[in-house]
Design a protein around this ligand. Structure first.
Ligand code: ADP
Ligand code: MG
Length: 463
């Protein structure tokens, strides 16, 4: 990093004019909150080198002010230079005061140097830049939660308080909360949005108690425009934290500030949570995210493939994963990442076979115990043939095709190996099964009736 003392007087004057301009543009309050601590470290490698004391401020400045700073520089100095914001090395006490292991005296000293907004910002957790509304795939199971989240993010007022989003692990609750945060900050950088997990809330509160700093804690939390608490179930049973949360909650509602909460179950099912809190949480809009369905899983995988920029994942593999990895979206994404990484590493194309190989354990765990017998029965019913034809040696098209469909489904919907499947179809060879799978896969592309049959059968088998 450039030594600031080496800046020419001209540069220092330039930066001073840029600062004045920024202050005028965004107003004193925002300037003091976000840009006051910004320091200029010179022009280097064709970039405007800027530093701030914390990672949070860095991310904030980058996401909210980088363009504005570049414009201001251009207006004052004539050239457009990209801005680069970095965290400057820790200086004396202020920054280390964030560390819970420092002494009480250090903490007090340090805090004096830290602005109100900065403390507030650092009480929260950072938002993940990948979690936006744009990257959220909407389907039947999550459409209500999505619509409600978007509504909150786009409203100038408070459409419902609180918005309570709940659902099982890995279904997109955190993603939606972050999306709300990003969207609000983008629309109006002056709104104070704070996002944190209930656990972190609890930690901050306990720390405030320990350092006898409860006043500042209260003041900070009650000053926000939007408070988002993730995984609220974690404060079940923690009485003093619940109490504090309840008061914070009420204070914010009274001031008409937006609250967004997520949990893993409905408010009324939050055991270990005080009754008054449970009922309070249900006052606004309660939106549940249901478990994913096949279409949503497929949509998510397709969007993920696009993001990854990997073009060579065959549609059958995506379909296969959507059928077989049903537990949660995180696992689904993980499976795709593993398959893509594997193929990159060993330099082999992605096929159904490699996918099954790479994901063997995961697939077993997600096995929904559809049996080959179920498949044979359903397929025979569907094509109106006797179930014994699944085992027979007859080769007439009227029975051979349904048999191939059944083998294909057995491969897709169970974890049985080709020889195992062959055995269940009257002791056929594994190459016969392989041929059937390939043949049906090809036919599906051209024969829309067959494609529909298969879809239908699959659905019946899976419900
Ligand atoms: P939760 O907080 O409900 O446990 P997360 O929000 O952490 O779940 O989601 C787990 C992962 O799945 C994240 O990477 C998230 O981006 C992704 N995800 C979940 N639902 C969707 C969706 N509808 N569209 C895109 N990605 C999703
Ligand atoms: Mg979460």
């Amino acid at each position: 990093m450039a030594d600031p003392t080496s800046l020419s007087p001209e540069m220092v004057a330039n930066w001073d004019r840029v600062r004045q301009r920024l202050k005028k543009e965004i107003g004193d309050a925002s300037f003091n909150n976000w840009l006051r601590q910004l320091e200029f470290a010179g022009l280097r490698d064709g970039r405007l080198n800027l530093t701030v004391p914390t990672r949070f401020l860095r991310d904030w400045v980058i996401s909210h002010y980088a363009e504005r700073i570049e414009n201001a520089w251009k207006a004052e100095c004539g050239a457009r230079v990209p801005a680069q914001v970095q965290v400057r090395p820790v200086e004396a006490p202020p920054v280390s005061a964030r560390d819970a292991s420092v002494s009480e005296a250090d903490l007090k000293d340090g805090r004096a140097a830290v602005s109100f907004e900065q403390s507030l910002a650092e009480l929260g957790a950072q938002l993940d830049p990948r979690y936006t509304f744009e990257s959220f795939v909407v389907g039947k199971p999550n459409e209500l939660a999505y619509a409600a989240a978007l509504r909150v993010a786009e409203a100038d007022g408070v459409p419902f308080n609180p918005l309570y989003v709940y659902g099982g692990v890995g279904l997109g609750k955190t993603h939606l909360l972050h999306a709300i945060g990003w969207h609000i900050r983008k629309r109006d950088p002056s709104r104070r949005v704070i996002y944190l997990s209930a656990e972190k809330f609890m930690y901050q509160f306990i720390r405030a108690l320990r350092f006898k700093d409860v006043m500042q804690f209260k003041e900070l939390f009650r000053s926000v425009d939007v408070l988002m608490i993730d995984d609220v179930q974690f404060i079940s049973g923690k009485e003093s934290t619940q109490e504090e949360f309840f008061h914070t909650f009420n204070a914010l509602v009274d001031q008409n500030r937006q609250i967004v909460i997520s949990g893993d179950r409905s408010p009324s099912n939050l055991d270990g949570m005080e009754e008054r809190m449970r009922s309070r949480l249900g006052w606004g809009l309660v939106a549940d995210i249901h478990t994913t369905d096949y279409e949503l899983r497929l949509g998510i995988l397709q969007s993920k493939v696009q993001q990854l920029g990997s073009k060579d994942v065959p549609p059958q593999v995506l379909e296969f994963l959507s059928h077989r990895i049903t537990s949660n979206v995180r696992e689904l994404e993980g499976a795709l990442t593993r398959v893509v990484a594997y193929s990159n590493l060993v330099g082999r194309p992605i096929t159904l076979e490699t996918t099954q190989e790479v994901l063997r354990d995961l697939l077993r765990a997600n096995d929904r115990r559809i049996t080959i017998e179920d498949i044979q029965k359903r397929v025979a019913e569907h094509y109106n043939i006797r179930i014994s034809e699944m085992h027979s040696a007859r080769r007439a098209r009227a029975v051979a095709r349904p048999r191939q469909v059944a083998m294909y489904l057995a491969k897709q919907l169970t974890s049985r190996s080709l020889p195992e499947i062959g055995r269940k179809f009257g002791g056929r060879d594994h190459t016969t099964v392989m041929h059937a799978v390939k043949r049906i896969d090809e036919l599906r592309q051209t024969d829309s009736n067959l494609a529909e049959d298969i879809d239908l059968l699959r659905r019946m088998l899976e419900t």
